[in-house]
Design a protein around this ligand. Structure first.
Ligand code: HEC
Length: 159
């Protein structure tokens, strides 16, 4: 009886956990540092591409609201648990990267930059879901400031 019950509990619980994991961890971070650096670079490029979709669409006369919604989700997902991309030892000492050493030497400032993005991105997603183009533009501007705020201190130019 007990065994049946725990099997049942597991059957219910495991898919629920998988869902939670999917919602908060859209991308898994490789444990090998070189692979992590490459994945981190690709991850931020994808974020940049989605952000551009929102910019381009809101500039046009007929914004594609579905495309904006999808892109806003990518941006919002990227704002969740950003810390995971920056384990200790994954800076320039481990290979070519645009991540600056200040990420690890000024952890409080870096955390504040992460937090600012984490607060702006859900508002952008909410605006995108509402379909209100004025609200999307405003939230896009606010979110863009948080990207820039972090890049100015913690990202090297592409070379
Ligand atoms: C908390 C800091 C932080 C925030 C917030 C942040 N980024 Fe970045 N971004 C970085 C770092 C660090 C890198 C370098 C990553 C690497 O390759 O190691 C990077 C890299 C990038 C790159 C690729 C490098 C390049 O020069 O082409 C793009 C594109 C990018 N970010 C776009 C964005 C956009 C768009 C946002 C906001 C929606 C954003 N980032 C928010 C820290 C941040």
């Amino acid at each position: 009886m007990n065994r049946v019950r725990s099997a049942l509990a597991a059957a219910v619980l495991i898919p629920a956990l998988a869902l939670v994991a999917q919602a908060s961890e859209p991308t898994t971070v490789p444990s090998n540092v070189k692979e992590l650096q490459k994945a981190r670079h690709d991850h931020y490029h994808k974020l940049g591409d989605s952000f551009k979709v929102i910019r381009d669409q809101t500039k046009g006369d007929k914004p594609d609201l579905a495309a904006i919604k999808t892109a806003a989700k990518v941006v919002n997902d990227a704002s969740i648990n950003q810390e995971k991309w920056f384990p200790a030892g994954s800076g320039p000492e481990a290979g070519k990267t645009q991540s600056l050493p200040a990420i690890w030497s000024k952890p409080d400032e870096f955390k504040a930059a992460i937090k600012a993005f984490g607060e702006a991105a859900p508002k952008l997603q909410a605006a995108a879901n509402s379909g209100d183009v004025g609200a999307i533009k405003a939230a896009f501007g606010d979110t863009g400031k948080t990207c820039k705020g972090c890049h100015e201190k913690f990202r090297a130019e592409e070379h």
